[in-house]
Write a protein that binds this ligand. Structure first.
Ligand code: ATP
Ligand code: MG
Length: 564
């Protein structure tokens, strides 16, 4: 049995480490984590896993969690991304202890580098990028020392100061740690610590023309903030010796430690920011918040709740082994959440007109409809019923197969919470398309039950034509038609595997009038169809709905299409 959303007390190997440290008094009983996004794109569902882990541990263990922007690469970063990241973390329901920027530490990081040079632990290398690559060796062969490796400390100090002063063009020199060119770990073969980059930074402007490398800035930023548990994804495991080397040489007292967990991989999507950016820039989607994107902002616009995303993260857990999670699990979490709280309404996506011939013309009545069978407190509402109705086109078949229990000539069905109706006539246009059904209703079945106990095999949703509000509905399907678009074979790229039917726009859908005042982001279950939410493209009198997710398998039944 899965725990109820929000009630699971997550436990995993990282929380076990934190608890051990608390018990043994390591870090003096403190817990401090951080979430360190690079502001070069929008957050995605993978980041949510890291956010839930870092902020979750701090919350549960009464520690702190900082939001730290790892803004060490000026050319790719932008305040647009900073703002979106803050909005998304907040929306997920987390509050950071402090909003911090690696760029705030540029002066301290520079002084740390000077200290390394002074102690003979770093040097300015004047080889160019190609030459440095040529000296690096391979996984099986050791690298070779740069001819500048043993230049005098004073010379490196002088060059480093002049690098900062802007005397050299990009690439003329780099500052490297002096570790071991023969190390079996490539990250320890004198890694670059600083490079020259004449570029404006979104926060520091033109104050700097040298920028620290991520591997250098990250552990020291952790140390400056007194982070205790620096949690990151597995690809940084091989960087941990460098993390420790820097911290051991430069930090006195309590030191942060790095722990790695397996990143979230989801099928039928891409999760690299570079690829997501490409989708946006090349116009394959309408933006970072396109409801088909795996971004937090895309999922929000699609209708996902923060609770459902946190529940999903709790269910997938945190482990050290890479795996791929089925996107159906994410859909399960949102279905389960919305099932308990989304009000039910009736909307017809592909309307077919029904005239109830024995219902008086010009008359209408209200029937009582249950708002949410999962939530008795949600009560009922009045829905107008009248002579001309719309039902779903797919709920009628003129020549039905044996197992088709919905409407067909001569058949009786229930209209939800209203009456039994029987189809008496099929009206067609010149081309033979069904344009209208004529039915009779049984006034004795008001409310949806027959006093004589006779049964019907189907209950249809419906709207009254005179009262209906027209809406636009956007149906989404997977953005990619293959499970693993990132590993496209035969010289193709992930873009070649985009699903051409990932968006279907339906105009002229008809909804019950209670939907008219719905606000942007309001969520509903359209009975029998799925969960839908109001898109920000909506205008007064012209609501647009996104399908968040279909009901388990009913979409296939009603529409004849596979559920997404
Ligand atoms: P990219 O994937 O574009 O190379 P990134 O996803 O590493 O970049 P960051 O901004 O550096 O982007 O990520 C911030 C934090 O989120 C990091 O600690 C990173 O480990 C974590 N993170 C990123 N992707 C995932 C993922 N798929 N699952 C879990 N955590 C992730
Ligand atoms: Mg990263």
């Amino acid at each position: 049995m899965n725990p109820e959303p929000g009630t699971a007390a997550p436990t995993d190997f990282i929380r076990a480490i934190v608890d051990d440290d608390l018990a043994s008094g390591t870090h003096h009983g403190r817990v401090a984590t951080r979430f360190p996004p690079e502001p070069n794109g929008y957050l995605h569902i993978g980041h949510a896993k890291s956010i839930c882990l870092n902020f979750g541990i701090a919350e549960e263990r009464k520690g702190i969690c900082n939001l730290r922007f790892d803004d060490t690469n000026p050319t790719k970063e932008d305040v647009e991304y900073v703002d979106s990241i803050k909005e998304d973390v907040r929306w997920l329901g987390f509050t950071w202890s402090a909003e911090l920027y690696a760029s705030d530490y540029f002066e301290q990081l520079y002084q740390f580098a000077v200290a390394l040079i002074q102690r003979g632990l770093a040097y300015v290398d004047s080889l160019n990028a190609d030459e440095i690559r040529g000296h690096r060796g391979t996984l099986t062969e050791p690298g070779t020392n740069s001819p500048y490796r043993d230049r005098p400390i004073a010379e490196s100090l002088d060059l480093f100061a002049r690098m900062r002063a802007g005397e050299f063009p990009d690439g003329a020199h780099v500052l490297r740690a002096k570790i071991d060119m023969a190390s079996p770990n490539m990250n320890m073969r004198d890694p670059a610590l600083y490079r020259i980059r004449h570029a404006s930074h979104h926060r520091t402007g033109d104050a700097w023309c040298i920028y620290p490398m991520y591997d250098y800035a990250h552990p020291l930023s952790d140390a400056i903030e007194k982070i205790t548990h620096s949690i990151c994804t597995l690809e940084f495991e091989d960087h941990r010796p460098l993390y420790d080397w820097l911290v051991d040489h430069l930090i006195e007292g309590d030191k942060p430690h790095q722990y790695e967990f397996a990143r979230l991989n989801l099928n039928y999507t891409v999760m690299s920011k570079r690829k997501l950016l490409q989708l946006v820039q090349q116009g394959h989607v309408t933006g970072w918040n396109d409801p088909r994107m795996p971004t937090i902002s895309g999922l929000r616009r699609r209708g996902y709740t923060p609770e459902s995303i946190r529940d999903f993260c709790a269910r997938i857990g945190v482990a050290k082994k890479e795996n791929v999670i089925d996107v159906a699990q994410l859909e399960h979490s949102i279905r389960e959440d919305l099932n308990t709280r989304a009000p039910r309404v009736m909307a017809v996506l592909r309307p077919l007109k029904v005239v109830v011939t024995n219902y008086p013309e010009g008359q209408a009545e209200d029937v009582d409809v249950i708002n949410n069978p999962e939530d008795p407190g949600a009560g009922t509402r009045k829905v107008p019923f009248s002579r001309v109705l719309y039902i779903e086109r797919a709920d009628f078949m003129e020549d039905p197969p044996k197992k088709f229990f919905r409407l067909s000539p001569g058949k009786e069905v229930r209209l939800r919470c209203a009456y039994f109706v029987t189809c008496t006539e099929v009206v067609k246009d010149a081309a033979g398309h069904v344009t209208e059904l004529r039915c009779t209703y049984d006034p004795a079945t008001r409310g949806g039950d027959a006093p004589d106990g006779r049964k019907v095999k189907a209950t249809l949703h419906w709207v009254s034509a005179a009262h209906a509000v027209p809406i636009e509905v956007r149906l989404y399907d997977r953005l990619f038609s293959v499970e693993d678009p990132e590993n496209a074979p035969d010289g193709k790229t992930f873009v070649d595997y985009m699903n051409p039917r990932s968006l279907e726009v339906l105009r002229g859908c008809q909804a019950e009038p209670s939907l008219a005042p719905a606000a942007v982001a309001a969520r509903f279950q359209f009975e029998r169809l799925g969960y839908f939410c109001v898109d920000p493209d909506s205008r007064p009198g012209a609501l647009v709905f996104n399908r968040t997710v279909s009901l388990r398998d009913t979409w296939a039944k009603i529409s004849g299409r596979a559920p997404s």
